[in-house]
Design a protein around this ligand. Structure first.
Ligand code: SF4
Length: 283
């Protein structure tokens, strides 16, 4: 909310080459409720317009779940209207605060089927106008995604505090120390030598069933953060995989949650979360 057009222009002058904005719906009633912040949607629309005025490529990241999937077709149109280059239909990943809100967010199988239909139709209709990325959500897939292209293989990001991370959510894994850009080490050293980047790089760290699995160099065991969040050990097979001994139990629980009438959110704060109040909770 601190971004101004002048700051965005200064970032573009400094070499910023792409902007991605996450939207929680296609209009304020749903989007501001999910964000827990009044006028959040309006501000994002404004930033999207500045982005295109400054001739920066724009990706609309549509964060989808049970309580906004009915807006997907309108979100596709919103991305076109904003002159976005790319739309990422990003089903919520259930770690961090999304895991605490899983019962309120988990989509139904019918919603996932409808999502696939909308995405397929839009991808054909908007070919050459809007590129659309879509991945089936973990809880409805047979194999996990190749998270971040594999830990420490293709990607790093730098957190606002200066930590160099193998993925945005890596700090959710307790017990791992991430080096800072303010340390005496270069980013190249951190990438090649730091303990955190090497811990789950490649396949040597794997336990069974990943260790002897024919897919181990295809998906690299899935997502370390999800494995940690759901099993307590980031070295376990991502339970999104049907070969994980925890998959069945997890899937059944998610199915029950998708059918539940729990629609109230727990909003993130330093006090451990606040339960949504009032009648405006999508029930
Ligand atoms: S067992 Fe491991 S390597 Fe094999 S498919 Fe599942 S997550 Fe991938």
């Amino acid at each position: 909310m601190l971004l101004t057009r002048e700051r965005l222009a200064a970032l573009a002058d400094a070499g910023l080459c792409h902007v991605q904005i996450s939207f929680q719906g296609n209009e304020p009633a749903v989007a501001d409720r999910v964000a827990g912040l009044k006028n959040a949607h309006e501000k994002k629309i404004e930033v999207a317009r500045w982005t295109r005025e400054l001739e920066l490529p724009l990706t609309v990241n549509a964060v989808m779940h049970r309580q906004n999937l009915h807006q997907l077709a309108d979100i596709v149109q919103m991305a076109v209207d904003l002159d976005a280059d790319r739309l990422e239909v990003a089903n919520v990943q259930y770690y961090g605060w999304a895991l605490k809100n899983r019962a309120a967010l988990m989509p139904t199988l019918e919603q996932i089927e409808e999502t696939s239909r909308i995405v397929e139709e839009a991808a054909v209709r908007l070919k050459g106008i809007l590129a659309i990325d879509y991945v089936v959500p973990d809880y409805y897939a047979l194999r996990p995604k190749k998270c971040m292209g594999g830990w420490g293989r293709q990607f790093f990001n730098i957190s606002p505090a200066g930590k160099v991370l193998p993925c945005h959510a890596a700090e959710s894994i307790t017990g791992l120390e991430f080096e800072s850009v303010r340390s005496n080490h270069s980013i190249a050293w951190i990438w090649q030598n730091s303990e955190a980047f090497n811990r789950y790089r490649g396949t040597g760290w794997m336990k069974e069933p990943c260790r002897s699995c024919e897919f181990r160099e295809i998906d690299f065991g899935g997502c370390r953060c999800q494995a940690f969040a759901l099993t307590g050990d980031a070295g376990n097979t991502d339970p999104a995989c049907t070969l994980s001994p925890m998959h069945e139990q997890l899937f059944k629980q998610a199915e029950l949650e998708a059918a539940s009438e729990n629609t109230r959110f727990v909003y993130r704060n330093f006090a451990g979360g606040t339960l949504e109040t009032g009648d405006n909770h999508g029930a």
